[in-house]
Design a protein around this ligand. Sequence first.
Ligand code: ADP
Ligand code: ZN
Length: 524
Amino acid sequence: LASPDVTDSDPLAACLQTVFGYRTFRTGQREVIEQVCGGQDALVIMPTGGGKSLCYQLPALVLPGLTLVVSPLISLMKDQVDSLKQMGVAAAYLNSSQSREEALTIYRQLHNGELKLLYVSPERLLTDSFIERLHNLPLSLFAIDEAHCISQWGHDFRPEYAALGQLKQLFPRVPMMALTATADKATREDICQRLGIAPFELLTSFDRPNIRYTVAEKLNAANQLRQFIQAQNGNSGIIYCSSRRRVDEVAERLRQQGYRADAYHAGKTQEERADIQERFLKDQLDIVVATVAFGMGINKSNVRFVVHYDIPKSVEAYYQETGRAGRDGLDAEAFMLFDPADIGRVRHLIEQQEPGPQQQVEYHKLNTMAAFAEAQTCRRQVLLHYFDESASEPCGNCDICLDPPKRYDGVEDAQKVLSCIFRLQQKFGVNHLIEVLRGSKAATVVDRGHDKLSTWGIGKEKSHEFWLSIIRQIIHLGFASQDITRGSAIKLNPQARAVLKGEVPLQLAEPRISITTHVKRRSS
Ligand code: ADP
Ligand code: ZN
């Protein structure tokens, strides 16, 4: 169809081919470009790598005046402007890294009408002198990149974005396009409200079919990680941890195991961080162990796996972080280790915050994350549902689909655990309980005479991890609870009685001790 005649009568397709070198638009790109060229505001929601930049870069070339792009990161601005210049597009950026002379040159170009696209940081844009300048320029379009930064619902709120709400009032006739890879409805609505727009919305699918989602119960994290990494055949990946200390520990351990791994977090200098990012990009470093500080702006297409060593803050964050894997469209792994106790820990932290809307947001995020991790149905269905997309069929490419959880008659195992809690007079924590069940001769057991208890060793044929999983389920089901005020001692709840007497049936999930069976299945 792309005969010369068609492109002649189709300036958008012509520009796509001659400037960008692409034959066809991706889903939705043309519609949204037509809308803004016709003066409409637009909200573009596409997953990372979906092709958002083109949605404002192409209009910038077709429209008569200047397109102003608001972008939060200096490195991103530079990359974009460099590649635009290579295509022969008159683009520039203004930010705090430049000298006064450089800025003056750009101002001169601006007023001579020599630029089609200008990238600026929000704090630069909103200075009085710059706004004054803009009133004297032929503005065609505002593009707000990473627009979720304006919303506290989003995962990356930036105060300097909040002030962008004034733009629409200052320039009511200039169309505005907001772009983000953040998709949940609350954030979406919040962006529009804060920017003061009622836009045309482009919402493309968030499914990343090449990413295989796996959530494993965190039992022995160090071993589980080692097994997982071994199955990755030297491919490159990112491991997210919740604290700097954990990041350093895990990176060090991986180095000792012979991997090219390094730690990335906000405690490192700017130079160290830039160096890690560059080595990772150039494949001189295989694994980056990082806090969430490692993220936006990483444009490496062949990341083969993303591990969450600790639970992410929200489903949104999980989606963004796992989305850094497999941008090249080839198979990739998203592997998360989940300890139900982490939910309690985070909840406790939130409880200490000042009551109010922000606290409610945090509770909501945590609850949905917990629901995702605990779900017994297809991970992709749960994830897409969160983004208001429905996947009617189970995906066949997540741990639940590939290795459905099995249930078994758990009465006997539960009785062993509950009676052992009783014999220990409800005064001891999980680890001690497991030691006694498995017949340990450790001094902590023997010195207390616990090796003389009738329940000592009644679970010796099963592993530590097996019992950990069973005990967690028993707590989760409400037969026992952990007393945080008393050294996390486990005590029996009234419901335990019926189980101990064998009066009620009880189904438990078979603990999955070998956590990477389906990961390995593919590489073998
Ligand atoms: P996002 O900003 O959504 O993460 P980008 O704008 O960086 O994504 O685009 C991702 C990649 O897709 C880039 O390499 C871009 O050149 C390419 N791309 C965008 N639109 C098209 C298209 N219509 N045809 C082919 N490639 C495209
Ligand atoms: Zn699935």
